[in-house]
Design a protein around this ligand. Structure first.
Ligand code: 5AD
Ligand code: SF4
Length: 439
């Protein structure tokens, strides 16, 4: 029996895809490279922008012939768009077997077991009658041997918290994911240890506001995010710990201190700023302004001089003027991000900002996005070119290809040994990838 998982959206969605796959893998499914080769497909959907949602819905539509060709096949739709549109998805795509919203992911193994048991048993009987010559039940896919939900065979995600207690006016995440909940300290460490034992050299801690994590451990003592970072970094086999996405509010001195003390943790921070205009930031309810954001980044850079910062920006938020947008460009000039994810504002039903008018014309949004991207590309290219000639530590992720500690992609070819740290001398740049030679 074969399973194909597609995750749209963020890294949390990819990681959730792995968790959603687990009960099926435990029943003997193994990974298929494409839906056509699969008996079961899990789509983990995203709803953060309309475009992300449309892509997922269109794939559900395109899977209709696959499903109808053999009604024993199983189609599961999960995630953030499933949370928002569950009943509508059931009506619009009646051939979907199971719809599970993002809030239910913790209960998912039980939901799947109950809803799908009869179907899976029938499938198992069929596959026993027509064996496909494989017996893998380990959860490892065929090529490129990456466990489902991992970012590569050497990089494993560990979800430490879910949900968000903030109420940024444009954002649907608190609606579809609910309020913050933290996974217990011991559970997180056990998962990180298990993944390290399976070959993970880099652990990516995940959460919507990942650094707000805290939990009372079994010894009765409360642990905060910096404590967790240290404990994960100390696990045998773990060479790097990264985390996404931190909230600026919890990027405090204790976290900076921890990053200074952990090799392989303080080389990159993703700090979504969204806008450079104080007026727009207030409308977005971001709780910081142009100056206070840059002041915090300044403190971070003073403590960790080589840290690279990346960011997210939204253009065309309702009422955004040319002057507001100029402030965003000015902020980018000051921030010098190593890379940037820039988005056109997309109204999400039920959010505060969607109650107002989406009044920035599409052509203006497009033009602002192009100008912003041109500026951000300059910084991204500058950061890449500045590295040529240096020798850097690279984690081999897929064989001759991997990342630096600060998150830049590097290709060197041979020797190729996924999971190995090696020193690579950087010789050039191709698009967004550094080229180099192993030393
Ligand atoms: N429109 C456009 N971009 C959005 N983001 C979140 N909500 C919206 C929206 N309604 C962007 C933000 C966030 C990233 C994950 O997606 O930049 O940081
Ligand atoms: Fe998309 Fe946000 Fe859900 Fe991630 S958490 S899948 S970005 S809506």
């Amino acid at each position: 029996m074969r399973l194909h998982v597609v995750a749209f959206g963020c890294q949390m969605s990819t990681a959730d895809g792995g968790e959603l796959a687990a009960p099926l893998l435990a029943r003997g499914f193994r990974a298929a490279a494409a839906p056509e080769d699969a008996d079961a497909v899990i789509l983990n959907t995203c709803t953060v922008r309309q475009h992300a949602e449309d892509k997922a819905l269109s794939l559900i539509g395109r899977l209709k012939p696959w499903k109808e060709a053999n009604p024993d096949r199983v189609l599961i739709v999960a995630g953030c768009a499933a949370e928002r549109l569950g009943p509508w998805i059931r009506r619009r795509f009646p051939y979907v077997d199971l719809v599970v919203g993002a809030k239910s992911i913790e209960d998912y193994p039980k939901v799947v077991a109950e809803a799908m048991a009869a179907k899976f048993d029938a499938m198992a009987e069929n596959s026993a009658a027509f064996p496909d010559g494989t017996s893998s039940t380990t959860g490892f896919s065929a090529a490129p041997e990456s466990p489902v939900g991992w970012l590569s065979p050497a990089v494993a995600p560990v979800t430490i918290m879910r949900g968000c207690n903030y109420s940024c006016s444009y954002c649907i995440v608190p609606h579809v994911r609910g309020r913050e909940s933290y996974r217990p300290y011991e559970v997180v460490l056990a998962e990180a240890r298990a993944k390290a034992a399976l070959g993970a050299r880099e652990i990516l801690l995940l959460g919507q506001t990942v650094n707000s994590w805290r939990a009372r451990a079994e010894d009765g003592v409360e642990r905060r995010f910096p404590d967790l970072l240290r404990a994960v970094a100390a696990i045998d086999g773990v060479a790097r710990v990264r985390f996404e996405s931190p909230h600026p509010r919890f990027f405090d001195d204790a976290l900076i201190e921890a990053l200074r003390g952990i090799p392989g943790a303080g080389d990159h921070a993703h700090l979504p700023v969204q806008s450079g205009s104080d007026r727009v930031l207030a409308l977005m309810r971001r709780n910081y302004a142009f100056d206070s954001f840059l002041e915090r980044v300044g403190r971070l850079r003073a403590a960790l001089p080589s840290i690279e910062v990346s960011t997210d920006i939204i253009v065309g938020f309702p009422t955004e003027t040319d002057d507001d947008f100029e402030r965003t460009l000015e902020l980018v000039e000051r921030l010098r991000p190593a890379w940037t994810y820039a988005f056109k504002y997309s109204p999400r039903e039920g959010t505060e900002s969607a109650r107002g008018v989406d009044d920035v014309p599409a052509a203006v949004k497009e033009e602002r996005l192009a100008r912003l991207n041109a500026l951000c590309d300059r910084f991204a290219e500058g950061a890449l070119k500045a590295r040529v000639g240096r020798s850097v530590e690279v984690l081999d992720e897929t064989g001759g290809y991997g990342r630096t500690r600060d998150g830049f992609r590097v290709k060197w070819g041979t020797p190729a040994e996924p999971g190995r740290l090696r020193t690579v001398r950087l010789t050039g740049v191709m698009k967004r990838t550094l080229l180099g030679e192993s030393e």
